[in-house]
Design a protein around this ligand. Structure first.
Ligand code: NJP
Length: 249
């Protein structure tokens, strides 16, 4: 059966890897909706995935803006409207500062992307999934949502909000065939650190000194595995980190 998978933050890192992994697992028999702000990157990825047989719709979308999310859904081509799998992956950390030093705009942006955008995407997709009584929702959280760390107060708070929102939604949908899952990565080598340090590649490159981070594919493998369990199996939460991080969790 051909599924329609919607992935936010599909222009890089974990989201891009999840898109590739879904296409590979389905042998190309899949429809993808890829959303992120950098539409040029999505177009390039889409070209590659189409060569593997996938049908792909790309959309430049800033999840920080609720009105843009509404417009994005309204503009989905009719054969991409029944979303079987939603992967809420768009997210970011900005800076490594103690709480009192974090700029208001960074607080707002982290909450807008990681929490408000994810909530609105989830709410919108749930409506259709309820009508069809099927679907998978995958929230990309973080180990930061389970265990807070100095310099990450706001980021950790956003991911902890994702986790508690997700738990409640899972319970609300318990009598349906909609599965609500969360994956909580540890350190994964993507553009995450570059974004965190405002594009400073030197600072970003020092984050993983002394240990080997996961690859984006390591996370994508788990997401696709979890979604491919038989309907009765819900992998509610997957916490996946490089072994060197085990002590911090
Ligand atoms: O990061 P990166 P990751 N509207 O920077 C998109 C979590 N995580 O893949 O809009 C729409 O390579 C951005 O696209 P663009 C993390 O919190 C990571 O590592 O074009 N999209 C890009 O595609 C996040 O939730 C680590 O700039 C927006 C993507 O998000 C998820 O994993 C550890 C957007 C970010 O790609 C993916 O992050 C952990 C917006 N407003 C959790 N803003 C880790 N890497 O170590 C950003 O625990 N995006």
């Amino acid at each position: 059966e051909q599924k329609t998978v919607l992935i936010t933050g599909a222009s890089a890192g974990i989201g891009e890897a999840i898109a590739r992994e879904f296409v590979e697992a389905a042998g190309g028999n899949i429809r993808l909706v890829l959303a992120a702000r950098r539409a040029d990157r999505l177009a390039e990825l889409s070209q590659q995935l189409k060569q593997s047989g996938a049908q792909v719709h790309t959309a430049g979308l800033d999840v920080n803006d609720g009105a843009k999310i509404d417009a994005f859904f309204a503009a989905l081509p009719s054969d991409y409207r029944d979303i079987d799998v939603l992967v809420n992956n768009a997210g970011k950390a900005l800076g490594v500062e103690h709480a009192g030093n974090i700029r208001d705009e960074d607080v707002e942006e982290m909450f807008a992307t990681n929490v408000l955008g994810l909530i609105k995407m989830t709410q919108t997709v749930i409506r259709g999934m309820k009508e069809r009584n099927s679907g998978d929702i995958v929230q990309v959280g973080s180990i930061a949502g389970i265990e807070s760390y100095p310099g990450g107060s706001i980021y950790c708070a956003t991911k902890s909000a994702v986790r508690s929102f997700t738990q409640a939604v899972r319970k609300e949908l318990i009598s349906t065939k909609i599965r609500v899952m969360e994956i909580d990565p540890g350190a994964v080598e993507t553009e995450f650190s570059l974004v965190r340090f405002g594009g400073d590649a030197t600072k970003a490159s020092k984050v993983y000194e002394g240990y080997e981070p996961l690859s984006a594919k390591d996370i994508a493998d788990v997401v696709v595995f979890n979604c491919s369990r038989r309907a009765n199996v819900v992998v509610a939460e997957s916490v996946v980190f490089p072994s060197a991080q085990a002590g911090s969790y």
